[in-house]
Ligand binder design. Structure first.
Ligand code: FA5
Length: 337
């Protein structure tokens, strides 16, 4: 029994068969060792100790051999598994995709950083705005025909979705303490107009308002600031030109053009042959706007501008449809990572 048992244990190839077959057969209740131990009582008294101790010895020997074999097989299985699961660290990895700022936000951030560096405050204002700030304090009383220039989403007679970031001029002028120094601010944000969406118009778009008010601020300061902005954003080869225009809250008013991105000033179909692209509205803050906010218009003058980063992004990247910025198709947006 001992020799055959040891032979079977040695030749076993898996733990399951040792536990379920060999162990049960050899050491189980119906196995030969148990049988021999049970049969001791039928033997002559003098033989009982000899047979008993031999049977116990064989049982222990078999049990030890079984345990050793099980350990050996389990170790072999583990080693095999480890070898099979080895990681090849030289294989190329799977790229992890990560998010990035929206292209419009990147342009807004770039412009914001530039003005922060020149000591401007960066302010944000409410998108749901009072008629008072959006129009009235901006020199556009209730019956003013120029209100038609900006088709408005009204919520009540007095509350509306702001059509421009210009109400931030009125809000800032009202609060500013000129005894503490000049007013220099920009205010980026989203604005809303009842425009029908088309390739160059969205009912929701971005604007960045800028305003400087102090003693002796002139149109030359406005032009210098816009030139700096253009050179920093696009490079020294781009120039700025001012054209007369009309806004109720500036006098004189201008529209600023910059060198056409597409033809660099030569004239192409993007800039209708002019070599220039319109990017913003600007002017000298109208005395009425200063007075409406309680600022002494005899003492202080200022310039203001409002630019559209959506249109800027379209020109810079050759995007033909403004709606692409708002449809959130990741394939489109990821081009600007
Ligand atoms: C204004 O909104 C004035 N508040 C700008 C201003 C500020 C003038 C300070 C003087 C002093 P305008 O309506 O032209 O002006 O809009 C300014 C810019 O917003 C435009 O040049 C254009 O880039 C952008 N814009 C206007 N309407 C839309 C639209 N529907 N979709 C996308 N961009 C638009």
């Amino acid at each position: 029994i001992r020799d055959e048992g040891l032979k079977n244990i040695q030749s076993a190839v898996d733990v399951k068969s040792i536990r379920e077959n060999i162990k049960v057969k050899l050491l189980g209740k119906k196995g030969p060792i148990t049988k021999a131990l049970r049969g001791i009582k039928d033997l002559p008294v003098e033989e009982r100790p000899k047979v008993g101790s031999y049977a116990n010895k064989v049982r222990d020997e078999l049990q030890t051999a079984l345990d050793a074999k099980i350990d050996e097989l389990e170790a072999a299985k583990l080693n095999q598994q480890l070898a099979a699961e080895t990681i090849d660290v030289t294989l190329p990895g799977t790229p992890v995709s990560s998010g990035h700022p929206h292209v419009i936000q990147s342009i807004v951030d770039q412009i914001t950083d530039l003005f922060l560096g020149m000591g401007y405050e960066v302010l944000s204002g409410p998108e749901v705005e009072e008629d008072k700030y959006n129009f009235e304090m901006m020199n556009l009383p209730k019956d003013h025909p120029a209100r038609d220039m900006q088709d408005t989403f009204y919520i009540t007679d007095e509350i509306l979705m702001r059509t421009q970031t210009s109400p931030m001029q009125a809000r800032t002028l009202e609060k500013h303490d000129f005894a503490k120094g000049p007013l220099k601010m920009i205010s980026p944000g989203v604005v809303y107009r009842r425009d029908t969406d088309d390739p160059t118009h969205s009912h929701q778009f971005h604007q960045i308002e800028g305003m400087v008010v102090d003693e002796n601020i002139t149109m030359a300061d406005l032009k210098g600031t816009l030139e700096l902005l253009t050179h920093q954003l696009f490079g020294d080869k781009f120039n700025v030109r001012l054209r007369p225009s009309y806004f109720p809250f500036t006098e004189p008013s201008v529209e600023a053009d910059i060198t056409c991105f597409n033809c660099m000033g030569k004239g192409c179909n993007v800039c209708k042959g002019s070599g220039w692209i319109e990017v913003l509205g600007a002017g000298m803050v109208h005395p009425n706007v200063l007075q409406n906010a309680g600022v002494d218009a005899e003492k202080y003058t200022g310039f203001a501008f409002g630019l559209g980063p959506d249109r800027l992004a379209m020109l810079k990247y050759g995007v033909n449809d403004i709606r692409d910025f708002y449809l959130n198709d990741v394939r489109f947006l990821s081009q600007f990572n």
